[in-house]
Design a protein around this ligand. Structure first.
Ligand code: GLY
Length: 298
């Protein structure tokens, strides 16, 4: 039986799931099955984002994701539970569910983060499913991209293509919050590049005393302000999830002379079940599922 939240009498005890972007709707449905069966938030956030990781039509998360400029699809993911336990993998290749490997790092190793070949070796040793990437359509697009971007291959520079992580937060009926975050990262990034998504405190942060937050968008900017941790700390100071997300975005803006093309956004949920989101530019949406229904929020 899961442990009850230490402030169980004060906080919200009801199932709620939020996740970034419209792909979150399907992911939330899977997470909801876990919660409505009386399951724990940590199981819900893993099951939920696995839907997106397995969707081969998704070009920014999981096995259908775009590769780096050398043609490698390198995946990043992290997970955090109500006891502030966390696990993460970065730059892992050819594994179907990086989020489950991140959870295994959390539960079966003394570490928090494994990267690259070490992460892949660990995943294989633990029996996680392999998957050959890039998939055919993605490889074709990459080859065309290479032809059109010969100069970029000789002298790498930042090229911002749209990318959209899935970050998810779930509150369960025990009053506990967990979160997950997974991405294939920035399309045609430099080989070895890691964004915010597998970095605890940047792409995801949960403190069960306060709430949780997830980030999406340009990871470099999110890491610079330890974005998700900042959102949670602002909620700790009494800000609503919405205001906390807005203040974190304003901090990102204040650290850049020019935010042209720099899209970042946060979603957050506190222990009272209040949710919020904010992004540098409009166009960011998130999926919300509660006892009274589900919605795509803008
Ligand atoms: N936010 C995802 C990334 O920058 O890789």
């Amino acid at each position: 039986m899961p442990k009850e939240h230490p402030k169980a009498k004060l906080i919200k005890r009801s199932n709620i799931v939020i996740s970034t972007w419209s792909h979150g709707i399907k992911a939330n449905e899977e997470a909801w099955k876990v919660l409505s069966d009386g399951g724990k938030s940590i199981d819900a956030v893993e099951a939920g984002v696995k839907v997106t990781e397995a969707d081969i039509t998704n070009r920014s998360v999981g096995i259908g994701g775009r590769p780096d400029r050398e043609g490698h699809v390198t995946l990043d993911a992290c997970i955090m539970d109500e006891n502030s336990k966390c696990g993460s993998v970065a730059c892992i290749e050819g594994i179907k569910h990086p989020i489950s490997v991140a959870r295994a790092v959390m539960e079966r190793t003394p570490h928090v983060m494994l990267v690259g070949e070490g992460a892949r070796d660990f995943a294989i040793e633990q029996g996680f499913e392999k998957y050959k990437t890039p998939i055919k359509e993605v490889k074709k697009d990459w080859k065309e991209w290479k032809k059109e971007n010969k100069e970029l291959l000789k002298k790498p520079r930042i090229n911002h293509e749209n990318h959209d992580t899935i970050g998810m937060l779930a509150l369960d009926e025990f009053g506990n919050i967990s979160g997950s975050c997974t991405t294939s990262g920035w399309a045609y990034k430099m080989h070895g590049r890691v964004g915010d998504s597998p970095i605890i405190g940047a792409g995801l942060f949960v403190d069960n005393e306060v709430g949780g937050a997830c980030a999406t968008g340009m990871g470099e900017a999110i890491i610079r302000i330890a974005g998700s941790h900042t959102v949670v700390e602002l909620m700790r100071q009494g800000k609503s999830p919405q205001d906390a997300c807005r203040l974190a975005v304003e901090r990102i803006i204040s650290k850049h002379d020019d935010v042209t093309g720099l899209q970042c956004g946060f979603i957050a949920m506190d222990v009272f079940g209040r949710v919020g989101s904010y992004s540098v530019y409009s166009g960011f949406n998130y999926a919300l599922q509660k006892e009274d229904g589900k919605n795509l929020m803008v």
